[in-house]
Design a protein around this ligand. Structure first.
Ligand SMILES: Nc1nc2c(ncn2[C@@H]2O[C@H](COP(=O)(O)OP(=O)(O)OP(=O)(O)O)[C@@H](O)[C@H]2O)c(=O)[nH]1
Ligand SMILES: [Mg+2]
Length: 461
């Protein structure tokens, strides 16, 4: 595991049962978790980071100065806590939840360490509970959700644990996004992540290589790695400022509001290659494309511009010089095309023929609107939008319910997710919002990427 993967796993922002308790019980509990973290987490910095995220879930702050109780007798504390019964029913004690939290914070990557922690905990717990603890441990690492039954481990916690385990067991896939400037690469990356992290505007703007890595732990936390340094940010705005006009490459690690968060996926944003004011942009991108390996090259074409000189030159360069396992051509900004002239099918066929003429055999062409997908996704999953974005989002929902723009039918089917049903400023029903989202092409595109890991790789060859 590399350093970014270690920091990708942290305590998720979930409704922890301890939130209903008084601060002193929370303090005793986290002091105990700290004891096991100090004892079993081999990397001190990583241990501190994960404890901070646990503190964030319990106390709403990463400031640990008043969180731990000093000089506690650990065995006494453990005995007391593992006997304390839950609010609201007071039927179950904290012993299983404590085991769950310790495993998530310290041992999600390593079952052997999990076993050691479990044995250590057992030394302070009555023997009659040991079998259940052992069973729970083995079920957790087997991905058997039965581990949660009758232990007040919530469905949300089970989901978080399973996502972390599936992330750990996945192979890293790299997707590199390239195009001429202002094609919508950064917007597409933001749409997949569901957060506006990469700076996007109508002028040459991405100025260095920025890698976005999935974290399986739900939350708004972003870790940024640059040079030898690492920083944490909570809000998307701070990251956007950080990436804006940046000259040095960096890596951003965060939860993607996407099914992709259960896999190790790296999305690489690159500068547009045809800026006449920033000639170095082309060099930066060409160097990345020819020297680093990528699984999928995502080539973004703005629909109104296909066949441009800039695209022809860059596509020819790619065909001759770049290695990849698969290439996908995204036809972006479908919201802006005039369907009176051509239907979606005709547009896709024309672009396919154009790409075949340049030398790409059987091109995979994905029409979409990254901007509409990004805004609707944010609205559906609770991001506060500006008034302008709300207006644009409402218009996009209307547009993508239109018969002519049912882009979702061109992609593999997507399972419906539960979304907010209280978006007051939208006049549409949640079902309509979901349909519009599907029709932007973004969820189908995410599904295509996920299919890479499945046995059926037809669409990647
Ligand atoms: N109408 C519409 N506008 C879009 C869409 N996707 C992106 N845009 C807009 O196009 C402009 C450029 O988008 P970016 O994401 O910055 O493009 P880029 O390819 O990353 O640009 P560079 O980093 O400069 O190469 C922004 O103003 C976006 O809001 C889309 O699907 N529809
Ligand atoms: Mg960009």
């Amino acid at each position: 595991m590399n350093i970014q993967d270690g920091y990708a796993i942290c305590y998720p922002q979930i409704k922890h049962p301890l939130l209903l308790e008084k601060d002193n019980l929370k303090q005793e509990y986290i002091t105990l978790v700290k004891y096991y973290t100090d004892k079993y987490c081999v990397d001190d910095k990583l241990a501190l980071f994960r404890l901070k995220t646990f503190s964030m879930a319990l106390f709403g702050t990463t400031d640990l100065s008043n969180v731990f109780l000093p000089g506690e007798n650990v065995s006494k504390l453990s005995r007391a806590i593992t006997k304390t019964r839950f609010i609201p029913f007071r039927l179950y004690s904290y012993r299983y939840l404590l085991l769950f939290d310790c495993l998530l914070i310290i041992a999600s990557e390593d079952e052997n360490i999990g076993m050691k922690i479990c044995n250590d905990l057992k030394s302070t717990i009555n023997k009659r509970y040991h079998n259940t603890m052992d069973t729970m441990l083995s079920q957790m690492y087997k991905g058997d959700a039965a581990f949660a039954i009758n232990k007040l481990i919530t469905d949300e916690m089970v989901e978080e644990w399973n996502r972390i385990r599936s992330f750990i067991n996945s192979l890293n896939r790299i997707l590199t996004f390239t195009a001429t400037m202002s094609a919508g690469k950064s917007t597409l990356i933001n749409a997949i992540i569901g957060k506006e992290l990469s700076y996007a505007k109508m002028a040459a703007c991405t100025s260095t290589i920025i890698k976005f890595l999935t974290s399986p732990s739900r939350g708004s936390l972003c870790n940024i790695f640059y040079g030898e340094q690492m920083k944490q940010f909570q809000g998307a705005g701070d990251i956007r400022e950080f990436t804006k006009g940046r000259k040095e490459p960096c890596c951003v690690n965060t939860f993607f509001i996407s099914p992709l968060s259960s896999r190790k996926i790296t999305l690489i944003d690159t500068p547009g290659v045809n800026s006449s004011q920033n000639l170095e942009h082309r060099k930066i991108t060409r160097t990345e494309l020819t020297s680093a390996s990528t699984d999928i090259l995502v080539y973004v074409i703005p629909v109104e511009n296909y066949g441009s000189e800039g695209d022809f030159e860059h596509l020819s360069f790619i065909r001759k010089n770049v290695n990849y396992n698969s290439i996908i051509f995204v036809v972006n900004m479908m919201d802006s095309c005039d369907l009176e002239d051509d239907s979606v099918d005709e547009i896709v066929n024309n672009i396919e023929e154009h790409l075949i003429a340049i030398g790409f055999e059987k091109p995979i062409v994905c029409p979409m609107s990254a901007k509409a997908g990004m805004l609707i996704k944010q609205a559906m999953f609770g991001t506060e939008l500006s008034d302008n974005d709300k207006k644009a989002c409402s218009a996009y929902v209307g547009l993508f319910l239109n018969d002519g723009l049912k882009l979702g039918s061109l992609y593999p089917p997507v399972e419906k997710l539960s979304i907010r049903n209280d978006i007051g400023w939208l006049e549409n029903t949640p079902d309509e919002v979901w349909s519009a989202f599907i029709n932007t092409g973004i969820p189908g595109f995410e599904k295509l990427i996920l299919n890479l890991d499945k046995e059926d790789k037809e669409c990647w060859t």
